[in-house]
Design a protein around this ligand. Structure first.
Ligand code: GAR
Length: 210
């Protein structure tokens, strides 16, 4: 059974979706630990409620971002994960920390990448007047929100949407997107080869639409 380490900064609804899916047998995986940059985050509380080791490290307790990343990834490595899942982790990860985990670290991002990398994606999508928005599951590389995309889920932008309404519509598709992608990853069907995503040993021509 694949071991997951989850990184989260806040609410943890994606983490909860993973825990629920494991709990009722839809996902064959185990969450070995949950980690974050805010010790009081709801995500860490959800983990502890589920009996999972949770660790919050405060960046300001470290001399540099490199030191913080090193401590964070040492804690993660200690639970021996097969896959690291960034699920609402809101800090930049340094290249040195990510490098040893290439191909074994993924992130969910609330936009149809490569559109709207970075923060405030929903407000920026509304500003840009796009008709479609959504979420992407991608491999993490040193290029922020720029790693190879595995899968996406789309929603329509409605007339009169504000950022909160749009965020809620996207979040509703993030949870099934996370689950479907983890099912493929945990079954060993999706892999990163060099810079390309493979499904069942064949290069993916475009992100899966889930
Ligand atoms: C999700 O919408 C996720 O896509 C986004 O934060 C939210 C976390 O929600 N992630 C990012 O913006 C990463 N830059 P959750 O804590 O309820 O899972």
């Amino acid at each position: 059974t694949p071991r997951l380490a989850v990184l989260a900064s806040g609410r943890g609804s994606n983490l909860q979706a993973i825990l629920d899916a494991i709990g009722d047998g839809r996902l064959d995986a185990r969450v070995a630990g949950v980690f974050g940059d805010r010790p009081k985050a709801l995500a860490l509380e959800r983990a502890r409620d589920a009996g999972i080791p949770a660790r919050g490290l405060r960046p300001r307790d470290f001399a540099s971002r490199q030191d913080y990343d090193a401590a964070l990834f040492a804690a993660i490595a200690a639970v021996e994960p097969d896959l690291i899942v960034c699920a609402g982790y809101m800090r930049l990860l340094g290249a040195a920390a990510i490098e040893p985990w290439q191909g074994r670290i993924i992130n969910i991002h609330p936009s149809l990448l490569p559109a709207f990398k970075g923060l405030d994606t929903h407000a920026r999508a509304l500003e840009a007047g796009v008709a479609e928005h959504g979420a992407s599951l991608h491999y993490v590389t040193a290029d922020l929100d720029g790693g190879p995309v595995i899968a996406q889920a789309r929603v329509a932008v409605h007339h009169g949407d504000d950022a909160d309404a749009l965020a809620a519509r996207v979040l509703a598709v993030e949870h099934p997107l996370m689950l479907a992608t983890l099912q493929l990853l945990c079954a060993g069907r999706v892999n990163l080869r060099d810079t390309r995503v493979e499904l069942d040993g064949q290069p993916l021509q475009a992100p899966l639409q889930l």
